[in-house]
Design a protein around this ligand. Structure first.
Ligand SMILES: Cc1ncc(COP(=O)(O)O)c(C=O)c1O
Length: 396
């Protein structure tokens, strides 16, 4: 007998049953006269998730990578300079996508486990008196290392330098799970995808764009077609799309947004923090460390855990998968073999987290890690028991 596999990668995440049922629909007419009465309120409610009044939400068939491409091609021209940092595999891929579009990318290389280097950004922006830099990139949550960066601080350094560059944020593994404030932080392009905090299948790039960034599209010389904001805006204003939308995913997105708003965004963030705290307690009880180098960078959606030097983290992930039907995240690129990841985002509660910890603990021990079985689970249990639902609400 094979029970359902336990999915604890940092996306795609588990889909709650009611959201899966909301997707399980016959195809519908995306040009029906009443289709707009479904999509227009959805666009409006998505703005609440991004915490924006003035931004515009775009929904493209695609994934987070498509969202990166949409943001860049609609606002920038070949040869434009962008400031980026490489703090893990996803920030690396984003910088590389910019280069492949013919942008000039100034990359700050940081040790993996560190956040976006705000002070270096401040120096570079202050020195850029001619405003050659057209966009500044921040990976809010680097999924490869379990590091959350300070977007508000990057906004501050842009303002202090009086720099007009656009602020681009990759919120693929943060938005709808970790606090994100489009308007308050002056974010110009925020990119997300359906398969993480939104608890949906992969298939949608969800992008929010400020009016300032939208104004750039007239001069933006990069080629675009599928991701063209103008085409989308012309159709979206009446609730339609320039090409066939993924209607079932849109229906699922409606259920997802309702679920998030019903729980309350602040409660969603508090729940993620609470579950992440439990995971961190377990990691320390195992005698291991997080890849994130400082507490201020600890991610509430994914923990990247460094294994002892004599242990291969890829073997741990393989063992968890084949022996315990537990999917954990592998270490990517620079940290391959050195870290494994527990995704703790989306539709998740304490008991589910304990399942992942129990499986990870066994796989770690099986692969030669010297730890006491049950120690991580007990540490998380101890933590969870001390913080009740009432405290959680109060903390939110
Ligand atoms: C932070 C981050 N950015 C971008 C991406 C790429 O998104 P996708 O795989 O949906 O294209 C991911 C994927 O995991 C991610 O974690």
């Amino acid at each position: 007998m094979h029970a359902r596999k336990s999915l604890f990668i940092p996306g795609p995440t588990n889909i709650p049953d009611h959201i899966r049922r909301a997707i399980d629909l016959p195809m519908e007419d995306m040009r029906a006269p009443d289709f707009g009465s479904f999509t227009l309120p959805l666009f409006e409610d998505l703005k609440k998730i991004f915490k924006t009044e003035t931004g515009q939400v775009f929904i493209f068939p695609g994934s987070g990578t498509g969202g990166w491409e949409a943001g860049i091609t609609n606002t920038l021209s070949p040869g434009d300079k962008v400031l980026a940092s490489r703090i893990g595999q996803f920030s690396h891929l984003w910088a590389s996508l910019c280069e492949r579009h013919g942008l000039e990318v100034e990359v700050c290389d940081c040790a993996w486990g560190e956040g976006v280097p705000v002070e270096r950004y401040a120096e570079i922006l202050a020195a850029d008196t001619k405003h050659a830099i057209k966009a500044v990139l921040v990976t809010h949550n680097e999924t490869a290392t379990g590091v959350t960066s300070d977007v508000a601080a990057v906004r501050r350094v842009l303002d202090e330098a009086g720099h007009p560059a656009l602020l681009f944020v990759d919120g693929v593994s943060s938005i709808a799970s970790i606090d994100f404030r489009m308007d308050e932080w002056g974010v110009d392009v925020a990119v997300s995808g359906s398969q993480k905090g939104f608890m949906l299948p992969t298939g949608l790039a969800i992008v929010c764009v400020s009016q300032k960034a939208l104004e750039r599209r007239g001069q933006a010389g990069l080629r675009r077609c599928f991701f063209d904001f103008d085409d989308m805006m012309r159709s979206n204003k009446d609730g339609y799309f320039p090409y066939t939308p993924a209607t079932t995913l849109l229906r699922g997105l409606r259920a997802s947004v309702d679920t998030l708003l019903e729980e309350g965004l602040e409660n969603v963030f508090a729940r993620h923090f609470h579950l992440a705290q439990g995971v961190r307690r377990a990691v320390w009880a195992w005698g291991l460390e997080l890849c994130a180098k400082e507490p201020k960078w600890y991610s509430d959606t994914v923990s990247a855990i460094v294994v002892p030097a004599h242990v291969d983290s890829a073997a741990v992930v393989k063992r968890a998968y084949y022996r315990y039907q537990l999917s954990l995240g592998v270490g990517l690129s620079q940290v391959a073999g050195k870290v494994f990841r527990i995704g703790h985002l989306g539709a998740l509660d304490e008991l589910q987290v304990l399942t992942a910890l129990a499986g990870a603990e066994m796989a770690l021990a099986d692969c030669g890690t010297d730890l006491e079985l049950g120690s991580g689970v007990a540490a998380a249990q101890g933590y969870f028991r001390t913080v009740g639902a009432a405290d959680l609400k109060a903390a939110a």
